[in-house]
Write a protein that binds this ligand. Structure first.
Ligand SMILES: *Cc1c(COP(=O)(O)O)cnc(C)c1O
Length: 457
C-alpha cells in the first residue's frame, strides 16, 4: 500500500541531485556518431571547438562518463528555482474518473517559463569559464532565448538571439523580456548573415524556421572572435543537463514509495523528454524494469511518427554537422498556422536511437485536441500550460482514460515543461474557433525526404 501523498512534493535542498546522469553510458547500442559534412567522417571533439566551448564539446562526445558533478556555481543558480515540484494531479484524476495515479513534474517555475533554464545556466557557465566574450543562439517560441538571456546576464556574457520571425511578430513581449536581460534580439531570417540573406533571396516571404535561425547563429559564432554557439535542445550535452528533471522526479517518487508504469513527455528536439526519462530508461535498460516511455509530438511536425531515421543536417542552411536522427528533412517548415511549438524538423540522436531500437513509443496529436487538453488541465489544476507541454498533458489524459476503460491502476508520470503566458495568440485562436489543424500529406513529407543528404551509413 502506498501512503497518501501530498498534492505538491518538493525535495529539500539537501536531497537535490548534485550530479547529472549521462544515459549514453548505459545504452547497449550507441547512437551513430555526428559526421563532418565535408568528409562524411565521424567528428572528433576538436572539430567542435570552433562552434562550442571546450567542456561542452567534451560532454557532447562523451558516451562513457556515467555521472558528471554539477559545478557549485551552477548548483547555486539551480537552487534559486529548484527543486521543481512533483505534483499529484488529484483534481485531474477525479475529473477524468480514472483509477490511474497521475503525477507531473512542473518545470515552469522560473522566468523562462520552461525547463530550458536547466541547460542555459550550464552552457553560459562553461562559456564564461573558458573566457569567451559572447554567445549566440536561436529561439523559436522564445523560451530558450529567455532562459539563455537570464543565464548570460547572470554570468555577464553578451548574447545575440536569432528569433524565428513568425514568433518575433506574434510574441513581442518575449523580446522585451530578453531585453530586460540585455540580449540583442534579431528576427530570423535576417540580413545580418550571409546564410540569412541567401534564405531570404530564395524564399522572400518566409516567416522563418528554427533550422534557419540555427544557421544564422552558427555563422555568427564561427565568424566572430571569442563567440560560440549554444543550442537549447537536440544535443547530447543538453539532455545531460536536463537529466536533473528525471533525477529529481525519480528521487521524489522513491520517497513517496511510487514508481511510474508510464513516463510521458512532449518532444520537440527531445531535451525535456530525454532529461525526464533518463533514470527510468536506465532502469529499463540495466535492470529490466517494465516501464513504458512515450513521446508526444504534434501531427503537423511528426518527426518520430512519420519521419525517416537518417543522417541529416541539424539546420536549414546546412552549416552544422550531420546527425543520424528521425527527421522530416532539414528543409521542412511546419505550416504557418501551427501554433503549438515543437517545430523542429529533427530529433535528439539519443532518443532517435532508443525509439529505433523499440525502447520507447511515440504518438502524435492535432493541435485543437492538444488545446482542449490544455483547457481541461488548466481548469482543474490551475496552471496555464505551454502549448508544447500540453502535448504531454493530452498523452497523459488519454493514458488515464484507457485505464478507466480497463480498470488498471497505473501510475503515470508526465513532464509539464512550462507555462503558456506568451502563447495567448494561440489560446485566443483556440477559443474563437479559428485554430485549424494541419497534417502534412505524404507527398509534402516526401519533398523533405528527397532532399536528405545521401549518406551511405
Ligand atoms: C522548448 C520547449 C519544449 C520542447 O523542447 P524539447 O527540447 O523537446 O524539450 C517543450 N516545452 C516547453 C515549455 C519548451 O519551452
Amino acid at each position: 500500500m502506498s501512503r497518501k501523498v501530498p498534492y505538491r512534493f518538493y525535495l529539500t535542498e539537501d536531497q537535490m541531485p548534485t550530479q547529472w546522469y549521462n544515459l549514453r553510458a548505459d545504452m547497449k547500442e550507441q547512437p551513430d556518431p555526428l559526421l563532418n559534412p565535408a568528409t562524411l567522417e565521424p567528428l572528433k571533439e576538436e572539430d567542435l571547438y570552433p562552434i562550442f566551448c571546450k567542456e561542452l564539446a567534451h560532454q557532447e562526445m562523451d558516451s562513457k562518463t556515467r555521472y558528471y558533478d554539477i559545478p557549485e556555481e551552477i548548483l547555486g543558480m539551480y537552487k534559486i528555482y529548484r527543486p521543481s515540484p512533483l505534483i499529484r494531479a488529484y483534481n485531474l484524476e477525479k475529473e477524468l474518473g480514472t483509477p490511474a495515479k497521475i503525477y507531473y513534474k512542473f518545470e515552469g517555475n522560473n522566468t523562462s517559463g520552461s525547463h530550458k533554464l536547466n541547460s542555459a545556466i550550464a552552457q553560459a557557465y562553461y562559456a564564461k569559464k573558458q573566457g569567451l566574450t559572447s554567445l549566440t543562439t536561436e529561439t523559436g517560441a522564445g523560451q530558450w532565448g529567455t532562459a539563455l538571456s537570464e543565464a548570460c546576464a547572470y554570468f555577464g556574457i553578451p548574447l545575440t538571439v536569432f528569433m524565428v520571425k513568425c514568433s518575433f511578430e506574434q510574441k513581442p513581449f518575449r523580446k522585451a523580456v530578453m531585453q530586460t536581460f540585455d540580449a540583442d534580439v534579431i528576427p530570423s531570417p535576417s540580413t545580418t548573415t550571409q546564410v540569412g540573406r541567401k534564405i531570404l533571396e530564395e524564399n522572400p516571404g518566409t516567416t522563418g524556421s528554427l533550422g534557419c535561425a540555427i544557421s544564422e547563429a552558427v555563422e555568427k559564432a564561427t565568424t566572430t572572435e571569442g563567440c560560440r554557439y549554444v543550442l537549447g535542445s537536440v544535443l547530447n550535452q543538453v539532455l545531460l543537463h536536463q537529466s536533473i528533471i528525471g533525477l529529481e522526479a525519480k528521487k521524489a517518487m522513491e520517497i513517496l514509495e511510487e514508481y511510474p508504469d508510464v513516463v510521458i513527455g512532449c518532444a520537440g528536439g527531445g531535451s525535456n523528454l530525454g532529461g525526464l526519462i533518463s533514470p527510468f530508461m536506465r532502469d529499463k535498460i540495466v535492470d529490466g524494469k517494465d516501464v513504458r516511455i512515450v513521446a508526444v509530438e504534434p501531427a503537423s511536425c511528426p518527426s518520430f511518427t512519420r519521419g525517416k531515421y537518417a543522417y541529416d543536417f541539424c539546420d536549414t542552411g546546412k552549416v552544422t554537422p550531420m546527425a543520424k536522427m528521425y527527421t522530416l528533412g532539414c528543409s521542412f517548415m511546419p505550416s504557418a498556422n501551427h501554433a503549438g511549438g515543437l517545430r523542429y524538423h529533427g530529433m535528439s540522436p539519443i532518443l532517435s536511437k532508443l525509439y529505433h531500437d523499440g525502447l520507447m513509443e511515440a504518438v502524435s496529436y492535432e493541435q485543437t485536441a492538444v488545446f482542449e487538453a490544455a483547457k481541461l488541465f488548466a481548469r482543474v489544476e490551475t496552471i496555464l500550460p505551454a502549448p508544447e507541454s500540453s502535448h504531454a498533458i493530452k498523452g497523459a489524459i488519454d493514458e488515464a482514460l484507457r485505464c478507466k476503460e480497463t480498470g488498471e491502476e497505473k501510475t503515470i508520470l508526465f513532464g509539464l515543461t512550462g507555462t503558456g503566458y506568451f502563447d495567448m495568440t494561440a489560446y485566443s485562436a483556440f477559443h474563437d474557433g479559428t485554430m485549424k489543424d494541419y497534417i502534412p500529406t505524404d507527398e509534402e513529407l516526401e519533398k523533405g525526404f528527397e532532399k536528405l543528404p545521401k549518406v551511405d551509413k
